[in-house]
Design a protein around this ligand. Sequence first.
Ligand SMILES: Cc1cc2nc3c(=O)[nH]c(=O)nc-3n(C[C@H](O)[C@H](O)[C@H](O)COP(=O)(O)OP(=O)(O)OC[C@H]3O[C@@H](n4cnc5c(N)ncnc54)[C@H](O)[C@@H]3O)c2cc1C
Length: 379
Amino acid sequence: MTHDPITSISSALIVGGGIGGMAAAISLAQRGVAVELIDLDPDWRVYGAGITITGVTLRAYRHLDMWQDIADHGAITNGSSVFLFSGQHLRDLDEPAVDGEAPATGGIMRPVLHHLMQERVRAAGVPVRLGLTVDALTNNGDGVDVTFSDGSTGRYDLVIGSDSVHSGVRKLAFPHMSEPERTGQGCWRISIEKPPMLEKGEMYFGHKYTVGITRCGEDMVYLWMLTPHQRREKHLDEEELYDEMKANLEGFGNSAGWIRDNMTRDHWINYRPLAAKLQPGPWSNGRIVLLGDAVHATTPHLASGAGMAVESAIVLAEELAIADDALAALKAYEDRRFERCRDIVESSINIGATQLAGGGPEQIGGLIGGALHRLAAPF
Ligand SMILES: Cc1cc2nc3c(=O)[nH]c(=O)nc-3n(C[C@H](O)[C@H](O)[C@H](O)COP(=O)(O)OP(=O)(O)OC[C@H]3O[C@@H](n4cnc5c(N)ncnc54)[C@H](O)[C@@H]3O)c2cc1C
C-alpha cells in the first residue's frame, strides 16, 4: 500500500502508546512525519486478555500492512456462530463481507498484538519514552509547547492524545469534555486453552448473561461474559473472581460449558465495569487532537473499540496528507469520524441496554448484525 507524504506538519508527539497511539505512530511515520511517542507505563505492557478483530477491524489493519501478522500470530475464522446458552446451535451471526472479502472474524491475544505493533513502531524509527506523561500543553503559533512530567520540554507541530478513557490530554486541553459514563454492565474475561469442539467465534444468547468466545490462535481463546454490574465494597480478589465467574457460567453448554468445567485458578481472569462516551466536538484544540478511547470510548458489544481507534489514526494521517493546513486537516478528521463513531458508541450502549432489559437472541443478534453491516461501509 502506498502512502502520500504529509506536508501540513513535520513533527508530532503521541501521548499514549496503546492500540490507537501506535496505529497513529505507524501511519504518520509511513508518511514522513518525525513522530515521538510517550507512555505512562514504564514497561509499556498490556493486560492478558484476548481481543476480537472484526472483519472491519481487519480492513483497518490491512492499511497498516498488519493483516498477515494477525493471521500468523492470532486467528482469522469465517464468521461466528450463535447458540442458545444451553448449547443448541441457532444460526451464524449475520456478518458483512468487507471489501469483497468473505465475512471474517479474527482474534489475537492482546500482549501478542501489542508486541507486533511495538515492533512496527520501532521499525519505523519512532523514539519511544516510557514512564512519562505531559504536565502542560500550550498552543503557541504553529506549534504546541509541551512540558513533560520529568520536567523536560519540547515543541511539536501536533500533539495527539491517545491516552484512553481517563485521558490526561483531555483533562488538560478539552474542558468541555467529561469522563465516560458507566452503562450498568460489567465484562468478565478469561484467557484459556481452546475447547476441542470450537472452530470459530461463538456467541451465547437467551440467558440473563451474554457470553462470547473468540479464537486467538491455534490453541487459545478468550471468553467474555456480560452481566449487570454490581456495586461492591471492594474489588474482587483472584479467588473470588474465579469462583464468581465459574458460578455465572452455570447452565451454559457447548464450548462455554467446557470452559466452565476446565477453568482453573491459574488462568488469567478479569472483571471490569463498562463505561462509554462519545465526546462532543470539537475534538481538537489548536494543534492538540484526541483519538481512540480518549474521545470515542465504547463498550465491547460490537468488538469495535480497537478497530475505531486504528481507523481514526489512519483517517487523521490521510487528512494531514490531503490538506496543506494542519487545522483544516484536524477539522476534516473530525468530520469524517464523528458520525461513524457515534453509531458505534450509541449502538453498543443500546445493545447493552437491550440485554439488561432481557432482549432475546433474535433481537440482540439483529442489532449486532445490523450495526456490523453499517460499519462495513468505507471509512
Ligand atoms: C472489557 C473490554 C473488552 C473489549 N474488547 C474489545 C474487542 O474485543 N475488540 C475491540 O476492537 N475492542 C475491544 N475493546 C475496546 C478496546 O480495548 C479499546 O477501544 C482500545 O484499546 C482503545 O485504544 P486506545 O489506544 O484509545 O487506548 P488503549 O489501548 O487503552 O491505550 C492507551 C495507552 O495510553 C497509556 N496512558 C494512559 N494514560 C496516560 C497518560 N496520562 N499519559 C501517557 N500515557 C497514558 C496507557 O498506558 C496505554 O498504553 C474492549 C474494551 C473493554 C473495556
